[in-house]
Design a protein around this ligand. Sequence first.
Ligand code: MRU
Length: 351
Amino acid sequence: MRSLPRLPLDRPLSGARYSAVELSDAGDAVYLLDQRRLPGEVVYLEARSAAEVARAIRDMVVRGAPAIGVAAAYGVALARREGGLDAALDELASARPTAVNLRWAVARVGAVARRGSLEETREEARALHREDVAACRAMGALGAELLPPRARVLTHCNAGALATGGYGTALGVVRAAWASGRLSHVLADETRPYLQGARLTAWELHEDGVPVELLTDGMAGHFFARGEIDAVIVGADRIAASGDVANKIGTYGLAVLARAHEVPFYVAAPWSTVDLATARGAEIVIEERASDEVTVISGVRVAPEGVRARHPGFDVTPARLVTALVTERGVVRAPDAASLSALALTGARPT
Ligand code: MRU
């Protein structure tokens, strides 16, 4: 894939200074900010086929549940031009297993690709992207109201502009709280082993002038015990019908700590992350990643040769530990099967 030093677009749909994913004006290429190279380098890769988009999702050039959904949506638009649509849709939908947004986006844009024109397919993918940004902004406004004044917020992984079509879910709440003067600062877990917190969350908040300090993952308990955390806000890769939440490995431990210290634990996610076809968290497929992402850091082996590491990419936080779920449709306190199916039926949008 060709590398580009900047996004060759005048009006990116993300509305941000940097975009995780965009479609070219001609609709024949997908631009992806190479998140593996942040924070050291800001480089965009140009994917010109659905197979290249699928590879970029597998290799985590682009990551974060809503962002891989948007990337796959644009990948479908490329596939519509190439032919071999069914195989391309399968490859895109199976590029990563846990985030349900990926399959949801491929199904939605794939349905248009099957019956409609190339331009209609592109327009559906762009609409999905715009809706994701709008959902993030709506979640930001709703979530910020949950925070106390001068809030000190802990987050995990990266659920920001880089992980979405733009603005972010958990970091959308942070951005809205900062803009309205409600936020003191963010504590960002580094998020071992892939370091999304250290490399991505710290980068995007620092770029936008939002005060952020980095913690190693094992430090959170110490800061809870000292009363230095007012709220935890994380994103999600999939939310089961029961309200159980799959998110980056380490999230469950934070939810337990938050409950032990009577600190609210909020999950911000667009409705596209809710998977009513999955009854409960135990049914969610958890991605298993390579052992050497744990045993090797920046090319240096930190564990003895011959020792393997476990590396589940995600864990499941039971609904009973979630204080509230923030979606663009509204805030669900103590989410459970009844409240989620009610929201599914009404499809209510925030007033
Ligand atoms: O493995 P990643 O980096 O794709 O994992 C991302 C997360 O776990 C995010 O918290 C989640 O996708 C929500 S992003 C708005």
